[in-house]
Design a protein around this ligand. Structure first.
Ligand code: AQP
Length: 333
C-alpha cells in the first residue's frame, strides 16, 4: 500500500452521471484501483458554481457514492469521500488563489463554455473552479489524475500552480500527471456529435444517464444524430456521430474499435444504433441492480462516507499545515 503512488480523481454530483463520465472517468477508476492508492471524491463544492436544487444535490451526492461502489470501486481498497466533508479543500483554494492570475482562469475553455451556457450566473466560483480542482489534487500528494479530455487544461493549471508554489516556498507539492484514455476521453452528445456529452445538458436525448432503463437507452440511441452516408467506419473528424457510437460500443461490448468496425461492416445505421443501445443497456444492468440495492442501505453508504472523510482529512490536514507553515502563517503551539 505504502509503496504505491497516489491517484486522485472526482466527479461532480451535478446530475446523474452519463456514459461519458463512465467511459472517460469512472470505468478507469475501477481499472486503476489495484495499481495506486486511490482517492475518489464526490465534488459537491464544485457543483455550487452553477445553480443547484439543494434537495436534488443532497440526493445526487448519496447516489453518486452508491454508483461508485456499484461500478466496482471497492471501499476496502480506495478512499471515497465527499469534498465538502474535508474543509482543507476550501482552505487550500484560498492560498492557491493568491498565486493564480485572473488571466489564467479567464482563458479556461470550461469557464468560457459555462459562462455562455449560464449567462445569468457567471459567478466567481465558476471562474475559480480550476483552483479548487488544483487543491483537490495537490492536498493528497497525488501523482496521477485519471480524467476525460475536457479536464486537460485544468490539470495543466494544477501542474503550473504546484511548480509555482514549490519554487516560491520550497518543495511542497508533487507535480501530478493526467491520465487521459486513448479512446473515449471525450464521448460526444447524441444530439450534436460536435459537442461533449454532459450530464447537465438540457436536451435529455443528448446523453445516456447511468440511471436510464433499457427502453430509454435504446430509444435515445435510435434517435442519435449521425450523417447522411451509409458506411460505418471510424473517422472522428468527418464522421463524428458514427465514430462516437463505435467508441461507445467498443467500451461496452469489450472489443477494439477495429473489431467493432468489422462487426458492422455492410450493416445499416438503424441496426448498428440498436446494437450499440443493447450493448450499453446490457453493460449497465448489473450496475443498476447493485446501485438500487445499495440505495436501500443508507447506513452503509453513510459509514463509507464518514470513514472516507476521516481518512482523507488525515492526509489533507498534514498537507495544509505544511502549506500554512511555508507561507508564514503563525501557529500557536
Ligand atoms: N463526455 C465525456 N466523455 C469522457 N469523459 C467525460 N467526463 C465528463 N464528460 C465526459 C469526465 O468525467 C469526469 C467527471 O466530470 P465532472 O462531473 O467532474 O465534470 P464535467 O467534466 O463538467 O462533466 P459533465 O458531465 O459535463 O458535467 P456538467 O454537465 O455538470 O458540467 C471528468 O474526469 C471528466 O473529464
Amino acid at each position: 500500500m505504502l509503496d504505491k503512488k497516489t491517484l486522485f480523481s472526482a466527479v461532480q454530483p451535478s446530475g446523474v452521471p452519463t456514459i461519458g463520465n463512465y467511459v472517460g472517468a469512472i470505468n478507469n477508476f475501477v481499472k486503476l484501483q489495484d495499481d495506486y492508492n486511490c482517492i475518489y471524491s464526490i465534488a459537491d463544492l464544485h457543483c455550487l458554481t452553477v445553480r443547484q436544487n439543494p434537495a436534488e444535490l443532497r440526493q445526487a451526492t448519496l447516489g453518486l457514492l452508491a454508483l461508485y461502489i456499484a461500478c466496482g470501486i471497492d471501499p476496502e481498497k480506495c478512499i471515497m469521500f465527499v469534498q465538502s466533508h474535508v474543509h482543507e479543500h476550501a482552505e487550500l483554494t484560498w492560498v492557491l488563489n493568491t498565486i493564480t492570475y485572473p488571466g489564467e482562469l479567464n482563458r479556461m475553455t470550461q469557464f468560457k463554455d459555462k459562462s455562455r451556457s449560464h449567462a445569468d450566473n457567471v459567478n466567481m466560483g465558476l471562474m475559480d473552479y480550476p483552483v479548487l480542482m488544483a487543491s483537490d489534487i495537490l492536498l493528497y500528494g497525488t501523482s496521477v489524475v485519471p480524467v476525460g479530455a475536457d479536464q486537460k487544461q485544468h490539470i495543466e493549471l494544477t501542474r503550473d500552480l504546484a511548480i509555482r508554489f514549490n519554487s516560491r516556498y520550497s518543495d511542497t507539492f508533487i507535480v501530478p500527471e493526467g491520465i487521459i484514455p486513448k479512446y473515449g476521453a471525450k464521448i460526444m452528445s447524441l444530439a450534436d456529435p460536435t459537442k461533449k456529452m454532459s450530464k447537465s445538458d438540457e436536451n435529455l436525448n443528448a446523453f445516456i444517464s447511468l440511471y436510464d432503463d433499457t427502453d430509454t437507452i435504446i430509444r435515445k440511441f435510435k434517435r442519435a444524430v449521425t450523417d447522411s452516408d451509409t458506411k460505418i467506419y471510424f473517422d472522428p473528424e468527418n464522421k463524428a456521430g458514427i465514430s462516437n457510437l463505435l467508441t461507445i460500443y467498443s467500451v461496452f461490448a469489450g472489443v477494439s474499435i477495429d473489431e467493432a468496425v468489422r462487426q458492422f461492416e455492410g450493416k445499416g445505421y438503424g441496426d448498428f444504433k440498436i446494437k450499440v443501445g443493447e450493448a450499453v443497456a446490457e453493460g449497465l444492468k448489473p450496475i443498476t441492480e447493485k446501485r438500487l440495492e445499495l440505495m436501500k442501505n443508507k447506513d452503509y453508504l453513510n459509514k463509507v462516507m464518514i470513514d472516507g472523510a476521516e481518512k482523507a482529512s488525515r492526509i489533507a490536514r498534514k498537507t495544509l499545515s505544511k502549506v500554512y507553515r511555508k507561507v508564514g502563517l503563525y501557529r500557536a503551539e
